[in-house]
Design a protein around this ligand. Structure first.
Ligand SMILES: [Zn+2]
Ligand SMILES: [Zn+2]
Length: 330
């Protein structure tokens, strides 16, 4: 197999050849067709997340086919198409796991962060955390659903039922959430980098009733806002944009520091919270909804060997939607 490997933070990934790993008990080996490139991968590469396993193969939006199964694997067969998400393993015995909040597990493993991920031609996974994907849909088009879609879905639930929904940072997650929100008959207000007319047009094309720069106020107060951009300065901006009793949800795993702000922005029962990881139940629900809605992802394909280019294009905002690594460029 081949993989793009991060040996130390803030260095380029290296194209590396390795022996195919053998699945241990409870594991599957997946031959990878496509792997999405997530903002979290940039945080891993930039050394912004604590204690990564190094060297590490990044990538946690994996679509591929099972090509070997270890002892004790039930319900997955060789040849079956599966998705491998960020949540790679949980302990099953800590207080969070027992309470059904496995996204907060005390001893988790995360794909592409603390266990090898999908910037590769093959990967091992714990079979219990893989999602069967069926045969409908293109491999690369499905890949962004595995994190951008899943975290988007979880953050949308945390935002409550409010009709007027603001999305700060209109990238991979927001372009999927906008489609779900519209299906739920909500009104989407899209906030982009100031002056980013192309992304604002992209958001309107996906049904946003308003799109503008994050330096602009919405035309009316929002019921809720979700922040996908990793910029702490957007927290007081979003609090200012929501009505009394409104919610602001921070959906990223890492953010720059939040500047101090006057208490009156939080006053009147506005709420501020973060969303961490996912549960398997989130995945089951979201993949069912995604199929029902017929979500269309916009993907830019990169050959696996060009993972470093995909990451730098993501950092610079050079594409709309999501980047996906594929075995060979389409
Ligand atoms: Zn646990
Ligand atoms: Zn992700």
């Amino acid at each position: 197999m081949h993989a793009m490997v991060l040996s130390r933070p803030r260095s380029p990934l290296q194209w590396t050849e390795r022996a195919d790993p053998s699945p241990g008990p409870g594991q599957i080996r997946v031959r990878i067709a496509a792997c999405g490139v997530c903002r979290t991968d940039l945080h891993v590469v930039d050394g912004e997340l604590p204690e990564p396993t190094l060297p590490i193969v990044p990538g946690h939006e994996i679509v591929g086919r099972v090509d070997a199964v270890g002892a004790g694997v039930h319900g997955l067969a060789v040849g079956e198409r599966v998705g491998i998400p960020w949540l790679g393993h949980t302990c099953g015995v800590c207080s969070y796991c027992i309470a059904g909040r496995e996204n907060l597990c005390d001893r988790p493993l995360f794909t592409g962060y603390t266990r090898d991920g999908g910037y590769a031609t093959a990967a091992l996974a714990d079979a219990r955390y893989a999602f069967p994907l069926g045969e409908a849909g293109d491999d690369a088009a499905l890949a962004p659903l595995l994190c951008a879609g899943l975290i988007g879905w979880r953050s949308l639930g945390m935002a409550g039922d409010g009709r007027r929904l603001g999305l700060y940072g209109f990238g991979a997650a927001a372009h999927i959430v906008a489609q779900v929100a519209r299906w739920q008959r909500r009104l989407v207000y899209a906030f982009t980098r100031p002056g980013d007319a192309a992304t604002q047009a992209f958001a309107r094309g996906l049904g946003a009733v308003w799109a503008g720069g994050s330096d602009e106020p919405p035309p009316e107060p929002l019921d809720a806002a979700i922040i996908y951009a990793p910029l702490g300065e957007l927290v007081p901006v979003a609090l200012r944009a929501v009505r009394k009793g409104g919610r602001v949800v921070c959906a990223g795993i890492h953010m720059s520091d939040i500047p101090s702000f006057p208490y009156r922005l939080l006053w009147q029962e506005r709420e501020l919270r973060s969303v961490a990881n996912l549960t398997r139940q989130d995945g089951i629900e979201f993949l069912r909804v995604a199929a029902e809605i017929g979500i269309v992802t916009q993907v830019t394909r990169y050959p696996l060997q060009q993972a470093n280019l995909a990451l730098s294009d993501l950092r610079a905002g050079r594409f709309e939607g999501a980047a996906v690594l594929v075995a060979s460029a389409a």
